[in-house]
Design a protein around this ligand. Structure first.
Ligand code: GLA
Length: 384
């Protein structure tokens, strides 16, 4: 048994019975830069982190689907016939949503049910894509077990469909892509229109840097509220500018956008257009090892999210300000916003003092205690 599978194997045996046919693992992600650009057909630069979902799965001879997880040990039962796009609630919406999306993608692909136990050390609701980690672990597992022969891009689309339709969160393609295409010591540079992927070596270790994540503990939910609203503003902006997606605009189009659009829509559009440019510039800077320039782009990205896209919260701004004051190379909020995590690229030997400083700042303001931890760029979804 591989390290890290004991918990999920024990849960499987206790609740579902016997030993699983195999184990699969898919990581969460942080996004280095490129926020709210994915559903605008733009560019993103996330990496898969060293925190992941592990599933233990076995095929069944009948139609039953039985699910259990370490976050809720109550057995959930369903069957293939009941797996429709609207049948789900709670955490099981993710694995059942994937089963549904596979059936929809390749009719008749799932001829039998399965038993699955799920464990994860990706913090939930923190903006580190705990949901994509579950989706992709289950998708890869079912693909392997049933020999479906689906390619990585198809699996990513299946995960996104589960999230969009079965869970009801109108999110883009970034999280699932990072979880699948992640590679040790590299970021995933993704063109969200063509789904072309390039791995960009990060060289943080060699430069003596680490990526510190601070979970502010301010919870967000993308199925409701601000996320959907931002997405609609982007679609409105693209339509008014006469393009299929904001990806098709450049900074040279902004003066015209300013005349055509109302102030709020204009600022939403300006964020996305400048953010796409920042991703491209970041990739160029990282390729030549110019981490200082990359840090400046992180800072500009945060300002754009705070002032133009208006998805930051005081806790995220405070982490970024504290990191900058402590001399971090770069810092910004990461993920969908309205809470969740901020990241700081800092000297390895200063990460701990920065973490302590952040704890002190939050305590002073009477905010919920944040959780700082470092993450490493890691490999994507795989069988163990
Ligand atoms: C969430 C979504 C992603 C992406 C980010 C913002 O993480 O799941 O698809 O839109 O927000 O960049």
């Amino acid at each position: 048994m591989t390290a890290g599978t004991e918990t999920v194997a024990a849960l499987f045996e206790r609740v579902l019975g016997g030993a699983p046919a195999g184990f699969w693992r898919a990581p969460g992600r942080v996004n280095l830069i490129g926020e709210h650009t994915d559903y605008n057909d733009g560019f993103v630069l996330p990496f898969a982190i060293d925190r992941a979902t592990t599933v233990a799965l076995s095929p069944r001879r009948d139609d039953r689907i039985r699910l259990v997880s370490t976050f809720d040990e109550t057995l959930v039962e369903s069957d293939l016939g009941a797996v429709t796009s609207r049948a789900f609630s709670g955490w099981s919406a993710y694995p059942l949503g994937v089963a549904w999306a596979i059936g929809e993608h390749a009719e008749g692909a799932l001829r039998h049910g399965f038993d699955v136990a799920v464990d994860s050390d990706v913090p939930v609701g923190a903006g580190l894509s705990s949901s994509a980690a579950i989706e992709m672990a289950v998708a890869v597992a079912l693909n392997d077990l049933w020999g479906l022969g689906l390619g990585r891009t198809e699996l990513i689309r299946i995960g996104q469909r589960a999230e969009n339709i079965a869970v009801g969160a109108p999110t883009g393609i970034m999280d699932q892509s990072a979880s699948v295409f992640g590679q040790r010591d590299a970021a995933v540079f993704l063109d969200c229109r063509s789904l072309a992927v390039e791995q960009v070596p990060l060289g943080f270790d060699a430069a003596g840097l680490v990526l510190l994540v601070v979970d502010t503990k301010v919870e967000h939910a993308h199925a409701t509220g601000g996320y959907r609203d931002r997405r609609e503003a982007c679609e409105r902006g693209a339509a008014a500018m006469g393009v299929p997606a904001l990806r098709d605009l450049t900074v040279d189009d902004l003066p015209r956008a300013m005349v055509l659009l109302d102030d709020v829509t204009f600022r939403r559009v300006r964020h996305v257009v400048t953010e796409d440019a920042r991703v491209l510039e970041s990739v160029a800077a990282l390729r030549v090892g110019d981490l200082a320039r990359f840090g400046e782009l992180m800072a500009a990205s945060h300002v754009s999210m705070r002032d133009d896209f208006e998805i930051s919260v005081p806790q995220l701004d405070a982490v970024v300000a504290t990191a900058q004051a402590a001399g971090a190379v770069g810092a910004r909020m990461t993920g969908g916003g309205f809470g969740g995590c901020a990241i700081a690229l800092v000297a390895a030997d200063e990460a701990e003092s920065l973490a302590n400083e952040v704890l002190r700042v939050f305590a002073d303001r009477g905010w919920h205690e944040p959780v700082p931890f470092t993450v490493r760029p890691s490999d994507g979804a795989r069988a163990l």
